[in-house]
Design a binder for this molecule. Structure first.
Ligand code: C2E
Ligand code: MG
Ligand code: MG
Length: 694
């Protein structure tokens, strides 16, 4: 190169005047190059070195087109230069892509001037401004724009730009169906003219808020659209520099609906659609606040469906559920719109009445509630009867808090049950003591069996024909350290209610049968053992299997076992009672109707079911020496039993007089304090009836 330089001297000897070069030298950020009429470099400043990568030395003497012009442009450049030289056609300033020493593209804004130096030589000077950063920034901006567009498209939200007075300036909507009206109808318009009044005022309030405290704020609103009511969430930001408001609107209909569903599930019973316990109690609290303020009475009616479990057990849960729904509808019919009917769970309901002044009004409602259940429910081709037990507590007499009133209404409901169901009972303060006792018993009974507090006693039965002991009745005894001796009349109904009767019953059966085995083998006598069964035990599906198992384990033959059942078991007329009794009877177990003469005592039961024994209730036996009618009744019962080939047992025989009459009337067996009280097993083994008795 250097040799070529000397051979072929460059025209840079015809330099431009020095002061200009000095200026170009100082401008380091702009590239300035000078070319002679053969386009050879005669000037190359520091800016050019930086921009194109060639040092001044490397560049000097090289031809423009060989240095920094991309191949595709070379011809054009040479021609344009020639045209300028010869015909004075200026090369206009333009954005062009040049070539760096490394071969990379260099984007520049290039301006050109043609000078004639003091020697008359034409020299072209190029002034190139590097556009790389500008291009980069531009590309980045473009990319950002694309990215934002893509994001906008991907986001289902609506974007609105509006003035603070609510005029809509711009929008973006990827989902047009979320727009209340078409863009033509709202662009440039005030939302007041488009949206419903209440939505506009919500927007306006929030615009004022967001201007005051420029944080993102959000609110919800709904719009009635062709596709139904849609729920939206608007988030709003204030662009203070532009005095504009950016609103991002999201369709939250789906979330709203599922949240609504969850809300509903949290407050309403999914089966009956009535308020659930939570909501009902909340309403009760509200009612009490109101009643206090207005000096009014409020009423809580606790409702329990009578024997609903039997429906579930015998007809299945599906029918049970349907019955609950229908029962709920009937309850709702009775009360006023402003009153509440709620479901507390299971077969328990609650009715809340407010603004009552008079006891008689409450009475009327309670009677109506019972009345609407007098008609049978028609379900699955059957007619089902259902009755209610109601407990009523009144604010403020029976309590001031929701929980007190609820508890007292519940207590009163128990009273209604105890009174024979299908009735109502107003709470009284002495019910609390009854309830208190009930709770204590329930609590203590819970693990009394494990603690060995239960014992089976045996009351012997005598034959009036053979004058001898023929067997015994097993009677459960409970001795609790804190409650003392509790009568089965008290704890059996509670055990029935809690379900503990099932385990207790199994305990009695096992104890009584093992004792019987021992007793029989010791005395070599065919003693029988009578065991009481309560209704709940009958509903237990495993009753028959358990009986069989106990008989096998104790090696007692079924014929020695006698089961005493009361009318309560028979009265509901369910088919499974028939089946269980038939199965029990088929096993060879004796069936005995207990407490005959009390309750409804339908003779038809004796024919309908496979009974072998009839036990005349104590109350009649007590009467036989006092009034003739009792005596006649016992006489008639014995005659009737004989004709049905039933063995007659008189229970509760306490006196010699009663005994004598019964003997005369032809009663088969007797049982009572006159002979013996129920005894613990050891005492029964030691027992021998006094000769005076016979
Ligand atoms: P129940 O089956 O009618 O039993 C007869 C009740 O009369 C027993 O009361 C017995 O002690 C009592 N008694 C017997 N002779 C006389 C008498 O001469 N005079 C008087 N005043 N009473 C007499 P207890 O043992 O208190 O049982 C009451 C009821 O509790 C029983 O009536 C029975 O229904 C039930 N019960 C007792 N043990 C069981 C049991 O293990 N399971 C079930 N499910 N119920 C039972
Ligand atoms: Mg009995
Ligand atoms: Mg009895």
């Amino acid at each position: 190169m250097s040799s070529r330089k000397t051979e072929k001297p460059l025209s840079h000897q015809y330099e431009l005047n020095d002061p200009l070069h000095q200026l170009f030298d100082a401008v380091k950020v702009i590239s300035v190059q000078g070319y002679d009429d053969h386009r050879r470099v005669i000037y190359w400043n520091e800016g050019s070195e930086k921009l194109y990568g060639y040092s001044k030395q490397e560049a000097t003497g090289q031809k423009l087109e060989d240095l920094i012009i991309p191949v595709s442009m070379r011809e054009g450049v040479i021609q344009a230069h020639g045209n300028w030289l010869n015909q004075g056609v200026e090369i206009p300033a333009a954005e062009i892509i040049m070539r760096h020493k490394s071969g990379a593209d260099v984007s520049v804004f290039s301006s050109h001037v043609m000078f004639v130096n003091q020697y008359g030589n034409k020299q072209m000077y190029c002034i190139d401004i590097d556009l790389t950063d500008v291009r980069k920034a531009e590309a980045q901006a473009l990319f950002k724009e694309h990215m934002l567009e893509t994001i906008f498209e991907a986001i289902p939200d609506l974007f609105f730009l509006m003035q603070t007075d609510g005029t809509i300036i711009d929008y973006h909507a990827s989902k047009q169906e979320n727009l209340y009206v078409s863009p033509q109808q709202f662009i440039g318009k005030n939302m007041r003219d488009i949206l419903p009044e209440e939505v506009t005022s919500k927007f306006q309030t929030h615009i004022e808020k967001v201007i005051e405290q420029p944080e993102l704020i959000s609110f919800e609103y709904d719009l009635t659209m062709p596709q139904g009511i849609l729920y939206f969430e608007a988030r709003m930001a204030y662009l203070s520099e532009y005095k504009q408001v950016m609103v991002i609107v999201r369709n939250i209909t789906e979330q709203y609906k599922s949240a609504e569903l969850i809300r509903h599930q949290a407050y309403y019973d999914s089966l009956t659609l009535l308020p659930n316990r939570f909501l009902a109690l909340d309403r009760l609290s509200q009612i009490l606040i109101e009643a206090k303020r207005n000096n009014q009475k409020a009423v809580v009616i606790f409702i329990d469906l009578d024997d609903f479990k039997k429906v579930n057990d015998s007809l299945g849960h599906e029918i049970g559920d349907k019955l609950l729904v229908k029962a709920a509808q009937r309850l709702t019919q009775v009360v006023r719109k402003e009153d509440t009917v709620g479901r507390l769970g299971g077969d328990e309901f609650i009715v809340l009445l407010k603004g009552f002044a008079d006891h008689n009004d409450v009475l009327a409602i309670a009677e109506n509630l019972l009345k609407v259940f007098r008609n049978p429910f028609k379900l699955a081709g059957r007619e089902l009867m259902l009755t209610l037990s109601l407990g009523i507590a009144i604010y403020p007499e029976n309590g001031c808090s929701a929980s007190d009133l609820l508890r007292n209404a519940d207590t009163a409901m128990y009273q209604a049950k105890a009174q024979g169901r299908n009735t109502f009972s107003f709470f009284t303060s002495d019910m609390n003591q009854v309830m208190q006792r009930r709770f204590e018993i329930e609590e203590q009974m819970h693990s009394a069996l494990e603690r060995g507090e239960f014992e089976v006693y045996y009351q012997p039965k005598f034959s009036l024909q053979t004058n001898s002991v023929v067997g015994a009745e097993a009677l459960l005894r409970w001795n609790n350290p804190s409650l003392g001796k509790v009568s089965p009349n008290e704890f059996i109904p509670i055990a029935e209610h809690t379900g503990l009767i099932i385990t207790l019953g199994e305990f009695v059966i096992n104890q009584a049968l093992s004792f019987l085995k021992h007793w029989q083998s010791r005395d070599k006598e065919p003693y029988t053992m009578a065991i009481n069964l309560s209704p709940r035990q009958f509903r237990d599906q495993s009753l028959v299997a358990n009986l069989q198992k106990s008989l096998e384990q104790t090696k007692v033959s079924a014929e020695f076992l006698e089961l005493e059942i009361t009318e309560g078991v028979l009265m509901n007329g369910q088919s499974y009672i028939h089946e269980s009794l038939a199965e029990i009877s088929a096993l060879g177990i004796t069936l005995s109707q207990d407490d005959f003469g009390t309750g409804y005592s339908s003779l038809s039961y004796l024919r309908q079911y496979p009974f072998n024994v009839l036990k005349i209730d104590r109350s009649f036996i007590q009467g036989i020496t006092i009034n003739k009618s009792d005596c006649d009744l016992v006489k008639a019962t014995i005659a009737m039993a004989n004709s049905l080939k039933l063995i007659v047992v008189a229970e509760g025989v306490e006196t010699e007089q009663q005994f004598t009459i019964l003997k005369r009337l032809g009663c088969d067996l007797v049982q009572g304090f006159y002979f013996s009280k129920p005894l613990p097993s050891s005492q029964l083994l030691a027992f021998s009836p006094g000769q005076h008795l016979f």
